[in-house]
Each structure stands twice: as structure tokens, then as C-alpha cells.
Design a protein around this ligand. Structure first.
Ligand code: PLP
Length: 403
């Protein structure tokens, strides 16, 4: 088994040393994955991509035919995604939207707002009213709720975004007031559409379905209690990518079948999911070379070009980034060529901090300076969450591979 696609392997070998490190994105692999995800979902379920996972324009364009829209979480993302995929609908989420971001979103004709608080709803209502007379459909509003669901207990999820006290979404006790606002004067400018819930990340298909079922039960009851129209329910993203089992993927087939059952039990609203990581993690690689190998207190260390200022994912998630070694014969430097003595090696980057570790236990017997290491599952929350300028090393290259 290999973590590399043929195109990535060939490119990672062909690059010159000074072209490394380099992010490699296999767009054909992305297309194939997105197409299989779309095919596993029931027809009426809408698929939005959460752009914060990776908003490279080439990736957004590749995803567009398989998605119903994009979720953006800042004014910057909104403008960027609108430019990259102008025909795709956008949903503007995220806490702490500023008045100028809201105004810019309205000017850009954003299709949906995920409203995070009563104050934000008042800001949005005023901004929309000020645009009275401009043409175009009213933007739809989904209230983001922090439902009192113990996502951790229900699913064992590693990263709970809600359920308990949280800065995301509004308390369900405020839903009634929000709907009163929305169905009053605001209705001239905004279209009440439904509810949005995103409670956890890193969920298996089974856990995700249990959470979805719980969410649908609660939002249906809440809507009934307050008499709110429920045309759309977004049940969030958070489909797991298991970095410790890089050959396994989220079970989209089981999830799709479960969603179809859930939709039959809760007829009416359009169901929408908005995954990020599980759509793009598998299409990106970070290729680099071993600069030096040393032994310290009986342990082997390989220092690679680049590091966690380019690929911060293993540090933020606390895992070893899965990787494959490409042995390279060429050795133009003075002998002897440094090499690993044991079976396992800690792969560190060029930063002067002990946190700059990409993998603690890479199985790479005989790994030598000059060999290449290609880190997989680097297509989401990788380059774009990293602290690029720390220590002023050069930036990596970026290649988008197409067949
Ligand atoms: C980050 C985020 C997502 C995507 O989460 P993934 O774990 O990448 O699938 C979806 N919805 C909201 C509101 C988010 O903040």
C-alpha cells in the first residue's frame, strides 16, 4: 500500500532540491473523491464545502461541480471564494462578523447568512434595511444554535465546538426572540430559512448520524414550539479524517444511507452538510528532503527542509503526520552520507523550537540525508493554518497536478 498517487510520486522525485519543500495537490484524485462523496449522498441532501479547510482557487474550482455551495467564515473568505467560483452559492458563517463584513456580504449578494447572535441579527437587519430598493432576492437567514447536546458523550468526538458553554451560535432560549425579529420588520429584507448547527469535529459516520438524528429531533421540536418555518437545516461538518489510519476514510456510503433514513423521519426541510477536512485532506501532500540525520541519546532524528511553519497540522492535532520515504541515489555533498541507524526516526523541521516535529515515530530504516519524505493527508488545515513567517525561511512551492 502506498500513500502517494502515481502523479505525486513522480513529481516528488522530479523536483530539484531547491524546489523543495513543495505542496503537491492531485486534482484528479480530488475530483474522484468529491465525485464519490456526492454519489453516496441522497439526491436532496445539499453539500457545501467549508472553505476554511483549504481555499486554494484550483481546489474550489475542482469541487464546485460536486457541491451545492460553499460555507465561508469571514469577509476575506467571502470575497476570495466569490471570485474563485462566482456561480456557487455562499453561506456566510462565523462568530464576530463586523458591520463592514455584513455590508460587504450584502453587496456581494451572498445567498445565506448563518446568524450567530441576536446582536448580529439586529446588525444584519439594519444593514439589509439600508439597502432597501436594491434589486435581487432577499438573503436567507439560518440561525446558528448551540444546542445542549453533549456531543462528546454522544459521539466521543475530540473537538466539541458546542453543546456546553461556547462562543459559537446562540442559546436555544433566544430562538423565539430571534424568530420574532425575523418575522417582523426584518422579513421585508431577509428571508427566514431555518437553523444551523455545527457541534463537533472528528466524527465517524456512526457518530455523525447519531448527532444528526439528535439535532433534527431538537430543531423540529424547537421550530414547532415557536412556530418557525423550517425550510432548511444545516447539520454541520466534522466528518473524521483519521491521521493514524491514513488508508481508511469516512464511510460516506453508510452516512448517505443514514441521512436518507433521517430525512424520511423528518420530512420537510432541506438537509445540508458542510464538511471541510474530509473533502480535501486526501488531495494534498507536502514533499521535502532530509537535510541532515543525527543520533541523540540513542534516538535518530532527521531534519527536513521546511517544517511545521508550512505544515502545522501534526502539532495542532497531536499526531504523527503519515509519510512515505522516496530514496534518492544522488549525493553531491561531502561523504559520509548521514543515515538513520535504528528503525524509527523523529522527523523535525528547520525551526528552533522543540515543537517543530512532523512525526515522532516514522518507520524509515536506513533513511539517509538526501532522501525525500512526502507527507500525506496535507490537503486540509495544513499550509493555511501554519505560521509561515516565523523564522523567515523561504515559502514552499505549490503544484496543482492535473492528468
Ligand atoms: C470548521 C467548520 C466546518 C467544517 O469542519 P470540518 O471538521 O473541516 O469538516 C463546518 N461548519 C462550521 C460552522 C465550521 O466552523
Amino acid at each position: 500500500m502506498t500513500l502517494l498517487t502515481p502523479a505525486v510520486r513522480a513529481q516528488a522525485r522530479a523536483l530539484r532540491d531547491d524546489e523543495l519543500p513543495c505542496y503537491l495537490y492531485d486534482l484528479a484524485a480530488l475530483r474522484e473523491h468529491a465525485s464519490s462523496v456526492r454519489a453516496a449522498l441522497p439526491g436532496p441532501v445539499e453539500l457545501y464545502y467549508a472553505a476554511k479547510a483549504n481555499a486554494e482557487p484550483a481546489i474550489l474550482r475542482e469541487l464546485a461541480p460536486f457541491t451545492d455551495g460553499f460555507e465561508v467564515s469571514s469577509g476575506g473568505e467571502l470575497a476570495h471564494v466569490r471570485r474563485a467560483v462566482p456561480r456557487s452559492p455562499l453561506a456566510f458563517g462565523g462568530p464576530g462578523k463586523t458591520p463592514s463584513e455584513i455590508a460587504a456580504a450584502l453587496r456581494a449578494g451572498v445567498e445565506r447568512f448563518h446568524v450567530e447572535s441576536l446582536h448580529e441579527l439586529r446588525l444584519l437587519t439594519r444593514a439589509a434595511a439600508e439597502r432597501r430598493g436594491t434589486r435581487g432576492p432577499r438573503p436567507r437567514v439560518l440561525l446558528r444554535l448551540n444546542l445542549p447536546v453533549d456531543a462528546q458523550a454522544l459521539t466521543g468526538s475530540a473537538l466539541a465546538m458546542g453543546g456546553g458553554a461556547a462562543p459559537f451560535g446562540m442559546d436555544p432560549s433566544e430562538a423565539g426572540d430571534a424568530w420574532k425579529l425575523l418575522s417582523g420588520d426584518a422579513a421585508d429584507h431577509l428571508e427566514p430559512a431555518g437553523l444551523h448547527v455545527h457541534l463537533a469535529s472528528g466524527l465517524s459516520a456512526e457518530a455523525q448520524l447519531a448527532l444528526t438524528e439528535e439535532i433534527l429531533g431538537r430543531v423540529t421540536a424547537l421550530a414547532g414550539r415557536h412556530g418557525l418555518p423550517l425550510r432548511e437545516v444545516t447539520v454541520g461538518g466534522g466528518m473524521a479524517v483519521d491521521y493514524t489510519r491514513p488508508f481508511e476514510r469516512f464511510d460516506w456510503t453508510a452516512f448517505g444511507a443514514g441521512l436518507a433514513r433521517a430525512a424520511r423521519r423528518h420530512p420537510g426541510p432541506v438537509l445540508r452538510i458542510e464538511p471541510g477536512r474530509a473533502l480535501t485532506a486526501y488531495c494534498g501532500w507536502y514533499a521535502t528532503e532530509v537535510l541532515d540525520v543525527k543520533r541523540s541519546r540513542g534516538e535518530d532524528f532527521a531534519i527536513v527542509r521546511g517544517g511545521t511553519h508550512h505544515l502545522r497540522t501534526p502539532v495542532t492535532k497531536g499526531h504523527d503526520q503519515p509519510a512515505e520515504v522516496l530514496p534518492m541515489d544522488d549525493w553531491p555533498h561531502p561523504p559520509p552520507r548521514p543515515a538513520v541507524r535504528g528503525d524509527r526516526v523523529t522527523v523535525a523541521g528547520q525551526l528552533c523550537t522543540p515543537k517543530d516535529v512532523l512525526s515522532r515515530g516514522l518507520v524509515a530504516p536506513g533513511l539517509r540525508a538526501g532522501d525525500r519524505v512526502v507527507f500525506a493527508l496535507a490537503g486540509a488545515y495544513a499550509w493555511n493554518i501554519s505560521h509561515h513567517d516565523f523564522l523567515m525561511h523561504p515559502r514552499p512551492g505549490f503544484r496543482f497536478l492535473t492528468p
